[in-house]
Design a protein around this ligand. Structure first.
Ligand code: AMP
Ligand code: ZN
Length: 112
């Protein structure tokens, strides 16, 4: 499958890795929208949040555990935001489920 984030997971495309375990990979966003901007993804290819169901939803809980761990390790004690874009209206540009972890400054009150 020709998927950018699958290629990042398997090392075909380089990335700045922040975290890895057997199920999850996290790396710096190439075009950061905040001083701290990391993407957390399942290694398994899932298209988007619209494809989460009873068979694969456990990975979402694990991703949030990892987000909390990354936040602690990077001193994000003032807070952070987690965002996932899904589909056309959500402006999803890479069709492999990913969670943006944003911080490092006071974020906007607006989300859209
Ligand atoms: P989204 O628009 O929610 O699908 O987010 C996709 C994100 O992937 C964007 O924030 C991009 O900056 C980021 N991105 C695209 N290509 C790369 C790459 N090679 N390495 C790291 N981040 C990337
Ligand atoms: Zn993929």
């Amino acid at each position: 499958m020709d998927c950018l984030f699958c290629k990042i997971v398997n090392g075909e495309i380089p990335s700045q890795k922040v975290y890895e375990d057997k199920d999850i990979f996290a790396f710096k966003d190439i075009n950061p929208q905040a001083p701290f901007h990391v993407l957390i993804i399942p290694k398994e290819h899932i298209n988007s949040a619209a494809d989460i169901d009873d068979n694969n939803s456990k990975i979402v809980a694990k991703i949030f555990e990892v987000a909390s761990k990354i936040a602690k390790e990077n001193n994000l004690e003032n807070g952070f935001r987690i965002v996932t874009n899904s589909g056309e209206y959500g402006c999803q540009s890479v069709h492999h489920l990913h969670f943006h972890l944003l911080s490092g400054k006071q974020l906007s009150e607006k989300m859209c």
